[in-house]
Design a protein around this ligand. Structure first.
Ligand code: ATP
Ligand code: MG
Length: 140
């Protein structure tokens, strides 16, 4: 995914479970500023929150980068959630709805993919995991 026209970014460190609240707040704030409607703001915040919760749960720490992106005359919101944790061994299983190796419902990754317009996940055992997701703003 090319990144032309990035405006400003917000970086949030993830170190404890409560940090995901800051992610939700910042995503809602930024997407509202960008003109996403309330429904879209909540969906995008949910997606970013799921990715952040995974980092804290499975990798202990990491960070989230939030930014507006432009592509031609489209405006979008992007989040990058990354960690240097254990990585995901079986990506196919992890992306499947209902499969959890932790204690959740296994809906997190599949819901991020469903909510966002673009979704990319890179993960290597021992190296960590990086998710890049984008949602384009629809003009009313
Ligand atoms: N950042 C990560 N580092 C290591 N493993 C991860 C990471 N994110 C997800 N996983 C693995 O992928 C699986 C699927 O993640 P997903 O978020 O879809 O479900 P879950 O976290 O198990 O449950 P839920 O999100 O519904 O509470 C996890 O059980 C975990 O094994
Ligand atoms: Mg999860």
């Amino acid at each position: 995914m090319a990144n032309n026209g990035s405006i400003e970014e917000t970086i949030i460190d993830l170190a404890q479970l409560s940090d995901h609240a800051q992610v939700v707040y910042a995503v809602r704030h930024l997407t509202a500023q960008m003109g996403f409607d309330e429904n879209q703001q909540s969906l995008i915040a949910t997606a970013a929150s799921e990715a952040s919760t995974n980092v804290i749960r499975y990798a202990e720490k990491g960070k989230v980068t939030l930014r507006a992106v432009g592509d031609g005359d489209r405006v979008g919101f992007e989040f990058v959630v990354e960690d240097r944790g254990p990585g995901i061994k079986d990506m196919e299983a992890a992306m499947e709805e209902g499969i959890s190796h932790g204690h959740g419902l296994g809906l997190g990754l599949s819901s991020i993919k469903r909510i966002m317009d673009e979704f990319d996940i890179q993960s290597k055992p021992g190296t960590g995991t990086r998710i890049v997701a984008r949602k384009w703003r629809r003009n009313a």
